[in-house]
Design a protein around this ligand. Structure first.
Ligand SMILES: [Zn+2]
Ligand SMILES: [Zn+2]
Length: 109
């Protein structure tokens, strides 16, 4: 499954990881790691708890080092879809707030 990349406009933004995170008192959410195979754009997309992939979602372009750090942590998580997991990836992503990051419409093709 790929999304349309907001930078190079190729249909090459792929989901390279998913994690279910609890965000304090806010709703639980599923976070998708997105990586463009064409231009290398790194982004995150946020979904509600059901994780359903609707036709249009909001993606956030995140800083390369932040994304790489989060993705590396994710790779070390024993169970990314278990939101009660307390590993570094779950703790960091539970705290991560995309407000202020550049957003783009994340469209499924
Ligand atoms: Zn791209
Ligand atoms: Zn974990």
């Amino acid at each position: 499954m790929t999304y349309l990349c907001p930078i190079c406009t190729q249909n090459d933004l792929s989901v390279v990881g998913k994690i279910a995170a609890s965000h304090g008192r806010k709703a639980d959410r599923i976070i998708h790691f997105l990586l463009c195979n064409h231009c290398g754009l790194q982004a995150l997309a946020f979904f509600g708890e059901s994780g359903e992939e609707t036709a249009e979602q909001v993606g956030y372009i995140v800083d390369r080092s932040t994304w790489a750090d989060l993705h590396l942590s994710w790779a070390g998580c024993p169970d990314p879809l278990e939101k009660s997991c307390q590993c570094p990836a779950h703790l960091k992503l539970g705290r991560f707030d995309p407000v202020g990051e550049r957003s783009f419409p994340c469209r499924l093709r």
